[in-house]
Ligand binder design. Structure first.
Ligand SMILES: [Zn+2]
Length: 351
């Protein structure tokens, strides 16, 4: 179908991300392990970089009954670390766009449309930020356009989840029933790197794909106070998925963060966010007969002990449910989420 012109601020392609990273001057760019297909993956840092004093990894520190042995954040000069990562799945452009605009704000004082956002800028400047706009550039390269607004649910499944060799849609959750999926598909969707690995369900206790290892390494090394993987969830309302297999404390902190976000959405006139943060204390997933999977956010949590969030965004599909965000609403829902979580993190350590 014909694609409407994208907003000027919609920088979500591999090319625009790489160009944007080259322009970074105030931030510190680090090239991480490359993708399976050999594409570069970048991380950008802003603010005071913390590597909290450490004597043990997290598991051993907790075994020793003292989190501070893993990351001692009690220093008077400690600045909280907030980690935002986009494009875990290649057809989920929304977080990448938001992170590229946050980089623009921090570099130039305005977003990619030339607009100020002083609230977000001020909140972001109070924390140590780690930004990876595109964790899975291979998956991104599997999608021949930059935005799902106005596209159909069929398009989303075709391009993001792929097509089996018999011509049928892989679909969700069946696209997770074969892993890695590469040798089983006629069209390798955006979920996957060029080896057919879905980062959310990698081999965490064995050998991970580089894309996955990058995320886990950031968590283990920098000990973020909150980490967010930005996903697109077809036309779902903005929400946090449950962090299964995590400490009760982190689940409660996620509920606190949702409480920070909701009034901002309400004031901005966004709708459908009432369930943001609902059910996060539930352990029903773990206790179910087929238990919830131990996925990437759980793995991240066990590297850093912090709340690790899957933030699902509405994707503006034209034919899937009643809640259909436009580009500006998608953008706003991310910028307010990032503002709220930076505020939450700096408030946590406010003396
Ligand atoms: Zn996703």
């Amino acid at each position: 179908m014909a694609e409407a012109a994208l907003p000027i601020y919609w920088h979500g392609s591999v090319e625009l991300v790489n160009e944007g990273i080259k322009k970074v001057k105030r931030g510190t760019v680090k090239e991480l392990l490359p993708s399976a297909g050999g594409r570069p993956i970048y991380m950008v840092e802003y603010g005071k970089s913390n590597l909290p004093p450490r004597k043990a990894n997290l598991s051993s520190a907790l075994g020793g009954k003292d989190f501070n042995c893993y990351a001692d954040k009690r220093g008077a000069d400690y600045v909280p670390t907030v980690y935002f990562a986009g494009c875990i799945h290649g057809g989920e452009f929304e977080g990448t766009v938001a992170i590229m605009n946050l980089i623009s704000l921090l570099e130039t004082g305005v977003d990619l449309a030339g607009n100020k956002n002083d609230k977000l800028l001020s909140a972001a400047e109070k924390v140590h930020l780690i930004l990876t706009p595109m964790c899975n550039p291979d998956g991104r390269s599997h999608i021949p356009f930059d935005n799902f607004v106005g596209h159909t649910f069929y398009d989303l499944r075709y391009y993001n989840q792929g097509i089996w060799k018999n011509g049928e849609l892989c679909g969700w959750p069946e696209c997770k029933q074969v892993h890695p999926i590469k040798d089983h598909v006629a069209y390798l969707g955006g979920y996957f790197n060029d080896d057919g690995v879905n980062m959310m369900h990698d081999n965490f206790f064995g050998h991970n794909a580089n894309e996955t290892q990058n995320v886990l390494d950031v968590c283990a090394e920098y000990a973020p106070d909150v980490a967010v993987l930005c996903h697109g969830g077809s036309n779902c309302p903005p929400l946090f998925t449950n962090l299964e297999y995590a400490s009760g404390n982190s689940k409660r902190e996620m509920i606190e963060m949702a409480k920070y976000i909701r009034p901002k959405y309400e004031a901005a006139g966004l709708v459908g966010f009432e369930k943001l943060g609902a059910g996060l204390e539930s352990r029903a997933g773990e206790d179910a007969e087929t238990p919830a999977s131990f996925n990437l956010i759980s793995a991240m949590h066990h590297c850093c002990g912090a709340p690790c969030i899957t933030f699902e965004s509405n994707q503006g599909l034209c034919d899937h449910g009643k809640l259909i965000f436009n580009n500006d609403q998608i953008y706003l829902s991310h910028m307010l989420m990032m503002e709220a979580l930076c505020e939450w993190a700096s408030d946590k350590y406010a003396k």
